[in-house]
Structure formats: structure tokens, C-alpha cells
Design a protein around this ligand. Structure first.
Ligand code: GTP
Ligand code: SPV
Ligand code: MN
Length: 596
């Protein structure tokens, strides 16, 4: 447990140095000068290749075995197993600590131990939280500087309150003297461990993404979701966007989609519809707190975007392209062009004739291998995004009028439908399903339940989490709560082609949802919820037939008959803590489908 001695941070740093035995200890201050110094170390070590075509930007490739989150090596070590629940790996905290202490013993030998103070949320903000990551990876330091508010200012807050999450990270590759370092040190034995009650994170063996940048998934989702359960807020895997309609009315929308299912793209959407404007508040994580007016306010605890590179291009997400054009970015596991720029599948229509692939091999167009890893990423400051909303750093967040849930499903789930009420909306979140993607190791394309897009990120029991969501309706009036929608951009036709064009055209779905929020209803009750009436989704200037629209919005009895047993199995898997209200919703759905 965190003790509040005068210098609990120094004590912890001393303790970890004694355990991990680094050559040097370096306290990060977040300055420009320091950033240059760290980048130079990485260039010298040949980890970073400076890009000729983008200012202060770097190409980097990981070990081919360390390319994504490792869900099977991720643990929630609550004191009681019943607090971790059936969706998490669990081990007794004492047992886990002794395994980890052995692994961390001497793990920073020959390396520098960086002490990285950081804030999640703006420094000093009412709902902001603090952490200190200790890491032996300079790549992590450079990335944390982009992804969090890192350095002196955060440290000052921590010195005031002595409150911070201890986030310990080692790549698990001690460097013996005389032995040359590799560009991407890591360890085949990986552990990503959260101790929610102690507010501690221990991450061993990986240098990549959410495994290693501990402010992101480990803190802002796993630890924070647990704190939210205890303190009455929500920490969610959600983008936050601002929509201004042609009559200048503003709505804020949050959306939870699983990893690599379109959050960054929707957050930066360039609307196809004339007169509509979308601005960005966040692209991956939202913390939601009740405001004094009883509404839910969302804020983005992050400072940068760690976005999926493949598929991000001028045609799909021009605003992400404009963000990275400004430089100050790290590109990991994409391809390097011969003239010193980056490229990946889907960036441009024209494919370069020659590249250096993410495996650092010569690559020519027409090659059967991808030039970039499917989970390759750009890491870039949010402030550079041309569509960033002026209020993105408002410490109190923005009032949310709608929440979208959605996943990647080639059938069954229509383009969009609305929940009848909050409880039904929680049911939609709890039953969210999606095909697995390359964002985590393991098979890709397998349909699984991913409740609220939080399956890999929940810091406590999923049943308790559903109850927490349901309980919000007793904190405030239903009228104050956001309206809930379910979307699916990924439905396919018989030939495996996407039925809906997606990307900028998703603004048409935003428009319909906002009309629903405003009570300008153009929907009908269906077996699964409120479905747009024919013609209610604006298809002006979109070459799509009414028949195709009907197909994309279709609620198929046979498809839902296949779906219901899967939901049944899922609820049974959650076990005794599955709220009865959600079982009731399932029975209601079953009856509705049966009488179709
Ligand atoms: P994480 O950062 O892993 O949490 O992912 P994310 O949810 O932010 O996903 P992102 O927006 O990066 O999109 C992932 C992939 O889905 C990219 O290859 C996109 O091109 C693709 N994608 C996003 N939106 C759409 C869409 O509307 N339609 C289709 N077909 N693909 C989309
Ligand atoms: C995700 O997988 O949802 C991500 C990427 O946002 S990572 O930070 O690696 O978890
Ligand atoms: Mn994510």
C-alpha cells in the first residue's frame, strides 16, 4: 500500500534501483533539451532513424516477437480472485509479486533507469491523475513524452500530494558488460500486471505500445476503471468528438469500439455532409464524471495519439495525415521509403516501387509480404491535430449527449440502431461483439464478446462493471444520461465486400443520431431497438440504392437466432454477478426475435 511519507517517491525509486540494479538513474523533466538528448541516444543506438521528410520524426522497428498487446500475459491481481472476474487472468498478489521480484532482480543491469513523472489529464485538473513510470527503455521515455503530460509540472503535483500510481517497467534484457545491445531489447517471458488495490503496475519483457507505455491501457483503463468503480466515475475505451450541425448546435459524442475498429478514424472524421463539422477531443480513452448539472462529462486523459498506421491515408483519415505531417512523431513497424519518409499499406493509392520493410528488409511492390506490420503505429502529439477542439484540454471535460458502441461484425448487426433506454443501452454495451484484430497477439478475425470494448482493459469483475454502468441511472435522471446507439461500419455482402463506405460517410450516421438526441425522431421500434426509418439516413450525394440501405440496416431473424445463444453463453460465463436486469433484457430480445 502506498504510504504517505514525506518522500514516498524517492523511497520507491531507491527501492526499485536496489532491485533492478541499473548503471544510472535519470529523472525526466520533460524539457525540449532532454527530448533532444533522448532522441540522440536512440539515434546513436540505431533504434531511431530520423526521417528526412518530416521534422523531428523517427522510424523505428521492434523485435518481430514484440508487436502488440499480450492479453494472455496480462493479469489483474486483486486481493480476491472474485474481484478480477472471469474475463481476467488472476494470480494471488503476493505470489505474483514474488515472481516479478525475481524477474526484476538485476533486470536493468548495464542500462539507465529512467524515472518518468506524468499526468493523465491536464496538470492540476480536478479529475486528473498522476503516475511515475520507472523504465529502462529510452524509447518509452520518448513515447511517454508524446502520450502523456510528462516531466517537471507533473512531478510538482506529485510532490504536493504524494499521490501517484507506481508504474514499473523493464524490457527484461540486462546488458552484460562488453556485450553489444540489440536495437529492440525485450524478453520472451512477458508479464503485464495490475494490482488495483495497491494502485501499482508491473510490466516486464515488452517494449511495445500498451504493454510498455503504462499511462495508457494499464493506468488510464485498468487501474482507472477500478478507481471509477470505487469513486463513482467511468474510465472507458472511448473516443470523444464534437459535432457542430449546420444550425451551429454543438453535441459531444463518445464511442467505444474495440482495438483497431475505428476510434481514431471517427474522432478525426472529415464529414461528407455539407455544413457539418467534426472536431476531436480524444481518440482512445475517456474518463466520464458527473457534472454538477447531473450530466456526464468526458475528458481525454491522454496527450497524444498512438494510432494504427495501416489503412490511415489521405482518402480515409486526412486529419491524421495532417497531424503527422507536422512532425514530432515516432513511427514503429511501418516501412521506410528510399527518400527518408514513412509508408504503409493504405497510405496512398500509389504504391512505392521500393521500401525498407518493418523487418528491415528490401521490399518491392508486388511482394507477397506486407511492408508494414498490421499493428504498426504512429505516435504523435494531439495538439498538432488540425481538428483538435479548443476545449480538448478543458479540465472538466465536455457534456456527452450520445454514446456509440460498435464492433467489427460482417453480419447480424445493422449499420446503426438506438437503445430504447439506459438499461437497454447497458445491455448493448455488455453484449458488444467484434472480430479480433492485430492490436493483440493471437488469431485475427475471430468473433468474441468485448463488453464496452473493455474486455482486455477491465480492472475488475465484468459483472460488477455492468452493475456500475446500470447504477448511473439511479445517480441522475434518465433524461440527463446520454442516449445510447450501436453502430457497425463493417457489415459485408455475400462477396465479402463492405456494404457501407464508412470513414467520412459515417457523418450520415452521426447526423441521424443527433436528430434522435434532439427528438426529431425518424425511427421505428424493431426487435433489437430503434432503427432508422427508410430514408431517415441522409444519403444525398452518396451513390447508394434504397435496397442497399435496407440491407445494411436489416434485422435478420435467422442471424439473430444464431446470435442469442452466444449472448446466453456469455452471460453464463460472467456468472453470479451478471445483473438480473440484463438477463431480463436478453429474455425480452429473445421474445422479440421469436415473434418476428
Ligand atoms: P486502437 O488504437 O487499436 O484502439 O484502434 P482504433 O479503434 O482507433 O481504430 P482505427 O481508427 O485506427 O482503425 C483501425 C482500422 O480500421 C484502420 O485500418 C482503419 O482504416 C479501419 N477503419 C476505420 N474506420 C473504418 C470504417 O468506417 N470503415 C472501414 N471499412 N474501415 C474502417
Ligand atoms: C489498443 O490496442 O486498443 C491500442 C493500442 O490503443 S495499445 O496502446 O498498444 O494498447
Ligand atoms: Mn485502443
Amino acid at each position: 500500500m502506498q504510504t504517505k511519507t514525506l518522500d514516498n517517491l524517492q523511497e520507491w525509486v531507491d527501492e526499485i534501483a536496489l532491485l533492478t540494479k541499473p548503471d544510472k538513474i535519470y529523472w525526466c523533466n520533460g524539457s525540449e533539451l532532454e527530448s533532444e538528448h533522448i532522441n540522440n541516444i536512440l539515434i546513436e543506438k540505431k533504434v531511431f532513424t530520423p526521417l528526412k521528410k518530416k521534422p523531428r520524426s523517427f522510424w523505428c522497428t521492434s523485435d518481430p516477437s514484440d508487436v502488440a498487446r499480450v492479453e494472455d500475459r496480462t493479469f489483474i491481481c486483486s486481493k480476491e480472485e472474485s474481484d478480477a472476474g472471469p474475463t481476467n487472468n488472476w494470480m494471488d498478489p503476493d505470489e505474483m509479486k514474488s515472481i516479478l521480484e525475481e524477474l526484476f532482480d538485476g533486470s536493468m543491469n548495464g542500462r539507465t533507469m529512467y524515472v518518468i513523472p506524468f499526468a493523465m489529464g491536464v496538470v492540476g485538473g480536478r479529475n486528473s491523475k498522476y503516475g511515475v513510470q520507472i523504465s529502462d527503455s529510452p524509447y518509452v521515455v520518448a513515447s511517454m513524452r508524446i502520450m502523456t503530460r510528462m516531466g517537471e509540472e507533473a512531478l510538482k503535483e506529485i510532490r504536493k500530494t504524494h499521490e501517484f500510481v507506481k508504474a514499473l517497467h523493464s524490457v527484461g534484457a540486462p546488458l552484460l558488460s562488453g556485450v553489444e545491445d540489440v536495437t529492440w531489447p525485450c524478453n520472451p517471458n512477458k508479464y503485464i500486471v495490475q494490482f488495483p488495490e495497491d494502485k501499482e503496475i508491473w510490466s516486464f519483457g515488452s517494449g511495445y505500445g500498451g504493454n510498455a507505455l503504462l499511462g495508457k491501457k494499464c493506468y488510464a483503463l485498468r487501474i482507472a476503471s477500478y478507481l471509477g468503480w470505487k469513486e463513482g466515475f467511468l474510465a472507458e475505451h472511448m473516443l470523444i468528438l464534437k459535432v457542430t450541425s449546420p444550425d451551429k448546435i454543438i453535441n459531444y459524442i463518445a464511442a467505444a469500439f474495440p482495438s483497431a475498429c475505428g476510434k481514431t478514424n471517427l474522432a478525426m472524421l472529415d464529414p461528407a455532409l455539407q455544413g457539418w463539422k467534426v472536431e476531436t477531443i480524444g481518440d482512445d480513452i475517456a474518463w466520464l464524471h458527473f457534472g454538477d448539472d447531473g450530466r456526464l462529462y468526458a475528458s481525454n486523459p491522454e496527450n497524444g495519439f498512438f494510432g494504427v498506421a495501416p489503412g490511415t491515408g489521405w482518402a480515409t483519415n486526412p486529419n491524421a495525415m495532417r497531424t503527422i505531417e507536422l512532425g514530432n512523431s515516432i513511427f514503429t513497424n511501418v516501412a521506410l521509403t528510399d527518400d527518408g519518409d514513412v509508408w504503409w499499406e493504405g497510405m496512398t493509392e500509389e504504391i512505392p516501387t521500393h521500401l525498407t520493410s518493418w523487418k528491415r528488409q528490401s521490399w518491392t511492390s508486388g511482394s507477397s509480404e506486407l511492408s508494414s506490420h498490421p499493428n504498426s503505429r504512429f505516435c504523435t502529439p494531439a495538439s498538432q491535430c488540425p481538428t483538435i477542439a479548443p476545449e480538448w484540454e478543458n479540465p472538466d471535460g465536455v457534456p456527452i449527449s450520445a454514446i456509440f458502441f460498435g464492433g467489427r461484425r460482417d453480419s447480424t448487426l445493422p449499420l446503426v440502431f438506438q437503445a430504447r433506454n439506459w438499461q437497454h443501452g447497458v445491455f448493448l454495451g455488455a453484449t458488444l461483439s467484434s472480430e479480433t484484430t492485430a492490436a493483440a497477439t493471437g488469431e485475427v478475425g475471430v468473433v468474441r464478446r468485448d463488453p464496452f470494448a473493455m474486455l482486455p482493459f477491465l480492472g475488475y469483475h465484468a459483472g460488477d462493471y455492468f452493475k456500475h454502468w446500470l447504477s448511473l441511472a439511479s445517480v441522475t435522471s434518465e433524461n440527463n444520461l446520454p442516449k445510447i446507439f450501436y453502430v457497425n461500419w463493417f457489415r459485408k455482402d455475400r462477396n465479402g465486400k463492405f456494404l457501407w463506405p464508412g470513414f467520412s460517410e459515417n457523418s450520415r450516421v452521426l447526423k441521424w443520431a443527433i436528430e434522435q438526441v434532439r427528438g426529431e425522431t425518424s425511427s421505428r421500434e424493431s426487435a433489437i431497438g430503434l432503427i432508422p426509418l427508410p430514408g431517415a439516413i441522409d444519403t444525398e450525394n452518396l451513390n447508394i440504392s434504397p435496397e442497399l440501405m435496407a440491407e445494411v440496416l436489416n434485422v435478420s431473424k435467422s442471424e439473430w437466432e444464431n446470435e442469442i445463444p452466444l449472448i446466453h453463453k456469455w452471460f453464463e460465463f460472467i456468472g453470479d454477478k451478471m445483473p438480473l436486469e440484463l438477463w431480463d433484457e436478453l429474455s425480452f430480445l429473445e421474445e422479440n426475435i421469436a415473434s418476428m
